[in-house]
Ligand binder design. Structure first.
Ligand code: ZN
Length: 340
């Protein structure tokens, strides 16, 4: 039963996290401490960001654009875009990553930029590749405040955390082992503004978009939006836990925000123009599937027709694994919509 659940999660993650590695050579220094055996092990695991540089995307905001692969033995589970903002009070981390070792690597990167402590963390949603690295920060600072959508806290507490720990352990063949789930304690509300060290973090919650647990965080003074997996860029998203209409609505809202820089959950950061490609894709899938369903077509009859309309996305990692499932999910959602 547990294995079956892990497989279901695995299939889901294949959509969420599959694809080619975007390799970035890093000129920064990563020194391995070889004084004791223990430290060598920790350093090897902490070195897992070695090929991914820290990129400054606004005056005080930084992102490390991680691998686009599935969690595996090579990436040791590192596969997201951890970000941080240096404020007057301390450092605020957004989506620290998937394991305690990813978190340790991120702590090293932060220490290269500032000696301020990490005081606050935002988690974008319940998928463990984004938040299980909370552990590393709670170890260093037990008082670190960790925020998330109230549904994220609920889902993580009701078995979601353990499922993701098991999944990452399987996929990385134990490289994530030792990670503990530090579930956020601070529930966010939509429209809330949290001021930290002179920086305003404005919260945008969705009822359902990529999941039922999504929080987008706007860093107001920096004019940066951390979109979580509501937005992926040049990498296909998965829709098993979400809603086409909800995700499209959240992307439409993101379009209206007064920001200059948008950080997707996976894939490269850009300006607001990076919102449109995924928005158009989801809209095409949902609207065409809905129309063809009304014409009486079955989902397998729609696939070739709709595929011809989204050829621009075939090169996005994860397209192959997700496209067919997305059509079926869009059909189901449009059927349900009739009863609303
Ligand atoms: Zn996700």
């Amino acid at each position: 039963m547990k294995l079956l659940y892990a497989c279901v999660l695995f299939i889901g993650l294949a959509g969420c996290g599959s694809g080619d590695t975007s390799k970035q050579q890093d000129g920064s220094t990563q020194t391995a401490d070889k004084t004791t055996t223990d430290k060598v092990v920790v350093s090897e695991k902490s070195d897992l960001m070695a090929n991914y540089k820290t990129e400054k995307i606004a005056a005080n905001t930084f992102v490390i654009h991680g691998p686009l692969d599935m969690p595996n033995v090579t990436n040791k589970g590192f596969m997201n875009n951890p970000g941080f903002v240096v404020t007057g009070e301390g450092v605020v981390v957004l989506d620290p990553g998937s394991t305690v070792y990813v978190g340790e690597a991120l702590l090293k990167r932060i220490a290269e930029i500032t000696d301020k402590p990490v005081t606050h963390i935002f988690n974008s949603h319940v998928h463990g590749d984004h938040w299980l690295a909370n552990d590393a920060f709670a170890k260093v600072n037990p008082n670190v405040k960790i925020y998330a959508h109230p549904e994220m806290i609920k889902e993580a507490s009701e078995g979601g955390a353990q499922s993701w720990l098991d999944l990452l352990d399987n996929l990385t063949e134990g490289a994530s082992r030792g990670t503990k789930a530090v579930i956020p304690a601070e529930a966010l509300s939509d429209g809330q503004e949290i001021k930290i060290g002179g920086v305003t973090f404005r919260v945008h919650l969705s009822e359902i978009a990529h999941t039922k647990t999504d929080a987008m965080i706007e860093v107001v003074e920096e004019r940066v939006l951390f979109a979580g997996d509501i937005l992926t860029h040049k990498r296909m998203t998965r829709m098993e836990d979400g809603s086409f209409r909800g995700n499209i609505a959240a992307l439409d809202k993101a379009m209206t925000l007064d920001v200059k820089v948008v950080v997707p959950g996976h894939g490269p950061t850009g300006g607001k123009e990076i919102i449109k490609p995924l928005r158009d894709y989801l809209n095409t899938i949902y609207s065409r599937a809905s129309e063809m369903r009304e014409e009486g077509l079955e989902d397998f009859e729609m696939k070739d027709k709709i595929a011809a309309e989204v050829t621009a996305y075939e090169s996005w990692p994860g397209f192959e694994e997700n496209f067919g499932k997305q059509i079926s999910l869009a059909v189901l959602e449009s059927e349900q919509a009739e009863f609303e």
